[in-house]
Ligand binder design. Structure first.
Ligand code: TYM
Length: 334
């Protein structure tokens, strides 16, 4: 029997991914590629919604690919590609837009939050249609599962609704995908504000651990993470959000259970604990940083991986678009 399929995407918004991106999503990508037919893309079209500088976008896109490879994505096992290099994403994106209600799209929380922040006159239409392009990313590949962090749950729900709607209107065409959202790591919090998710759009970078930052900077950030009142290293998301976040990071990176880590720090203070978390994070990321920088030195190799990935992705994407065009009444080119 053929393997189940996974698809996921990540924006190349910053030079570096952050620890939330890795623990919420990319770590699962690496695991799933062994047992699944895996498609992973850097969603450079989605990144355009924040109007990046062209030179930076190009550089950040290559850095994203290099990081995914350094974090363990194997281009022999996974199809790794750039969204913009497979034109079918836009083709299906438009069809998804035509299938979506205006009210439905207006209720998406990411759009609501951003439009509240910058105002309706200044927000781009791309931010509004963003979830429909994401639905197209997923449905093009007939993905069974979509490994993402908690903040993408609403997008996956919309994707499922659109696929179900299309199937009932035009006949069974799409696989209905499921979110693959782990309990531990699905939401990593800001180290300085452990009630908000770790995010590249945070006001201050001091609570953000970037994969490519120097070991010194990351160690310093972890050691100055906000902790809670009390002295006990104990997981309690409501009462001790700071310590609980650090425990999650420690546990997911070391593979040790939270209770095992709690036991190690009985009778010791927060200082000792943060020192240990800093060491685990820094040692985990050190080789990733080195490997990423090495890969970036060879853009020819990176481009060859992208070319092969786009060619493989295109075969699947074309087949889906052809079927969709047929179903909705567009005439195939003779
Ligand atoms: P993006 O680029 O913002 O984030 C990439 C992945 O990282 C996860 N993530 C987190 N997980 C845990 N804790 C956090 N603090 C944290 N911050 C981010 C995200 O949930 C995501 O899985 N819309 C998507 C990109 C996308 C996509 C797709 C994903 C476009 N097309 C198709 C899946 C399938 C996004 O902006 O992710």
């Amino acid at each position: 029997m053929s393997q189940p399929r996974v698809l996921s995407g990540i924006q190349p918004t910053n030079g570096s991914f952050h620890l939330g991106n890795y623990l919420g999503a990319v770590k699962q990508w690496v695991d799933l590629q062994k047992s699944h037919d895996a498609f992973y893309c850097v969603v450079d079209l989605h990144a355009l919604t924040s109007s990046p500088d062209p030179k930076e976008l190009r550089q950040n896109t290559l850095t994203s690919i290099a990081q995914l490879l350094a974090l363990g994505i194997d281009p022999e096992q996974s199809t790794l590609f750039l969204q913009s290099q497979v034109a079918e994403h836009n083709q299906l994106g438009w069809i998804m837009e035509c299938l979506t209600g205006f009210g439905e799209a207006s209720r998406m929380t990411q759009f609501k939050d951003k439009s509240q922040k910058v105002g309706n006159d200044r927000i781009g239409v791309g931010v509004f249609t963003y979830p429909m392009l994401m639905a197209a990313d997923i449905l093009l590949y007939q993905a069974d599962q979509v490994p993402v962090g908690e903040d993408q749950r609403q997008h996956i729900e919309l994707t499922r609704d659109l696929a179900t709607r299309f199937n009932s209107q035009y006949g069974k065409t799409f696989t209905i995908p499921q979110g693959y959202i782990l309990k531990e790591g699905a939401k990593i919090y800001d180290l300085q504000d452990p009630t908000s998710k770790m995010s590249k759009s945070a006001e201050s970078m001091s609570g953000l651990i970037e994969i490519l930052d120097t070991p010194e900077t990351n160690s310093k950030k972890i050691k100055s993470a906000i902790t809670d009142t009390g002295r006990e290293v104990h997981f309690d998301a409501a009462e001790k959000p700071g310590i609980s976040n650090l425990l999650t990071i420690f546990s997911t990176l070391s593979g040790r259970s939270i209770s095992d880590i709690e036991a190690e720090f009985v009778g010791k203070g927060y200082g000792d604990f943060k020192g240990a978390v800093a060491e685990v994070v820094v040692e985990y990321l050190r080789p990733v940083r080195t490997k990423t920088l090495e890969l970036l030195d060879d853009p020819v190799h990176l481009n060859a991986i992208l070319k092969a990935g786009a060619e493989k992705a295109e075969v699947v994407a074309r087949k889906t678009v052809a079927e969709v065009y047929e179903r909705i009444g567009l005439i195939a080119r003779g």
